[in-house]
Design a protein around this ligand. Structure first.
Ligand code: PGA
Length: 235
């Protein structure tokens, strides 16, 4: 059975005042699922030790003349054990290509981090019935050889569902996750992301090939995030 992950992506949200939420998440995290938060890098070193944490991006290099960037070794040194790679906001805002996402993912492994590799189609691509073709291309281009269920978690995040309140339907999620399971085998954890909330989490986690969620907005408050983690642990 794949490991279950309730993963929070705080994006560019949270100052030290938000550490109280991280403490509450650490305290309330249920057994039966790995609960983790990827805060802004400024908070990584201050996160509670009992809560797993991750970066949101890493530069492929270990160190060097890359102003503003962070290496996975730095994230690990600050306490991270995970790193999100290939989030659609990075692909869009920073022009990250599949090749760059692949290099980031390999770099994350080099530093001992588990990569949470994100893939997902846009609304135009879905409406043109290109979803599976797009996901295949993204996986083939960005998932490095050597990926294992220990070093990589896959997050399916339809771009049109992120931050929009428009969650994919269980049928849409099942179609993609069943495809991913067929492509990747039995043991990889497959997360869904895109407007996951306590109110829709249980029906998503009831799907055979959904092993957790990557949660943005609803991960910022323990009161919103813990019920999602609990629904996962109970699934
Ligand atoms: P959302 O973000 O839960 O706010 O839609 C998900 C994500 O981008 O990982």
């Amino acid at each position: 059975m794949p490991t279950k992950y309730a993963a929070g992506n705080w994006k560019m949200n949270g100052t030290r005042a938000a550490l109280a939420e991280a403490e509450a998440i650490a305290k309330g995290a249920p057994d039966g699922a790995v609960t983790l938060i990827c805060p802004p890098a400024t908070l990584l070193a201050a996160m509670p030790e009992s809560l797993a944490s991750g970066g949101q991006y890493c530069h492929p290099n270990t160190s060097g003349a890359h102003t503003g960037d962070l290496s996975p070794e730095m994230l690990a040194d600050a306490g991270a054990t995970f790193c999100i790679t290939g989030h659609s906001e990075r692909r869009t805002d920073h022009g990250e290509t599949d090749a760059h996402v692949r290099a980031q993912t390999e770099a994350a492994w080099r530093a001992g981090l588990t990569a949470i590799l994100c893939i997902g189609e846009t609304l135009d691509q879905r409406e043109a019935e290109q979803t599976i073709a797009v996901l295949t291309e993204q996986l083939d281009g960005s998932l490095p050889d050597g990926a294992t269920p220990e070093n990589t978690v896959i997050a399916y995040e339809p771009v049109w569902a992120i931050g929009t309140g428009r969650v994919a339907t269980p049928d849409q999620v099942a179609e993609v996750h069943d495809f991913l399971r067929g492509k990747l085998g039995a043991d990889f954890a497959l997360l869904y992301g895109g407007s996951v909330k306590a109110a829709n989490a249980a029906e998503l986690f009831a799907l055979t090939n959904v092993n957790g969620a990557l949660v943005g907005g609803a991960s910022l408050k323990a009161a919103d995030f813990l019920p999602i983690a609990e629904a996962l642990a109970a699934s």
